[in-house]
Design a protein around this ligand. Sequence first.
Ligand code: NAD
Ligand code: DAU
Length: 357
Amino acid sequence: MDWTRYPRRIAVTGGAGFIGSNLLLSLVPKYPEYLFINIDSLTYAGNLANLKAIETADNYYFEKVNICDFAALRDCFEKYGINAVIHLAAESHVDRSISGPAEFINTNIVGTFNLLELARESGKTGPFRFHHVSTDEVYGSLGETGYFTEESSFRPNSPYSASKASADHLVRAYHKTYGLDVVTTNCSNNYGPLQFPEKLIPLMLRNAVAGLPLPVYGDGMNVRDWLYVADHCQALDLVFHSGIAGKTYAIGGHNEITNLELVKLLCRTLDDLLGGGPRENLIRFVQDRPGHDRRYAIDASRIQKELGWRPEHSFEQGIRETVQWYLDHADWLESCISGEYLQYYARNYHHRTAGST
Ligand code: NAD
Ligand code: DAU
């Protein structure tokens, strides 16, 4: 097959995960002139069923490859003549990084290094853009006021965020040292369809519908800045196409809310839609996450001013649509719950049993 009829041959790593699949579902039909190769090893968090709507598209291919396997990755780069990467593959759950950090070091650091090396190699023969998708957690934790910006210092507090920060540094170094065309985005908490139910929102929705306890860590006063996943994908599209090489872009939704308020909002929305409740009675305060960051909030002025990005979804609209999506996709939610997940949950849940409302 002559892939060169596609001017851009883009490896999207982690394309079977939450953000990666939302991104591919929007980009593959939008850019028929590009070739998209989804490189994913299908860990517990990867689910090809997410991609049903595009699996037969002419400009989409899937390769089951672990980004830690340099030889397999190189074969893939050669096979398609890859000339751009949007890098999302990662171990992404903070709690898992606390109970088992090794996989985070391998995938998030060594895997990123492998991709950078291949980009450097491929970049010798033509233009190559490397878009690294990262997190606001690299900046650590805020007090009651202030915002993270692109100039904030790195102060990661969990093995997850430290591994992402390491990857961010490697990406920067490949630009400074080798002149690789890189852009990095640091985004706040995403929510929306297709998120694995170990993360706060889908976990709480699943438990609340089933009448199970809703485990809120610590005092529930930790603050996150939530962004609807489609708005993040729109920002990724913009930065991939128009971001300045070597720059980083902070992305956030300006939707700060405490975990406790958010869980109560989810309960009220379910009560409205399903009747019954009040599901708030299911809330249980449990032992805190070690090193738990208190507050994240993003000042997204750079991407707004320079690239004209603005989130399109209000928080109220996004949450309502999200709750409805999980209600309509109970089968998807249950299909995520593998034996591995249940064992993980059972192993870790006993650390977190303290008090109740
Ligand atoms: P996710 O856990 O839902 O998906 C990760 C995907 O990567 C899965 O499909 C998994 O199979 C794949 N993967 C994991 N290890 C791999 C390996 N060694 N080789 C190949 N594939 C592998 O994650 P997500 O929430 O979609 O996050 C995607 C990216 O965005 C991550 O880099 C994360 O750090 C970043 N991010 C996430 C958020 C958020 O709120 N979810 C916010 C900001 C940034
Ligand atoms: O900020 C971006 C980050 O957001 C991403 O880089 C991560 O990949 C993503 O997982 C997310 O990290 P968080 O740790 O903020 O997300 P999580 O959904 O795990 O938790 C959100 C908040 O809710 C956090 O303060 C911990 C709390 N929490 C979480 C769970 C799973 C609870 O109180 N109870 C829970 O059961």
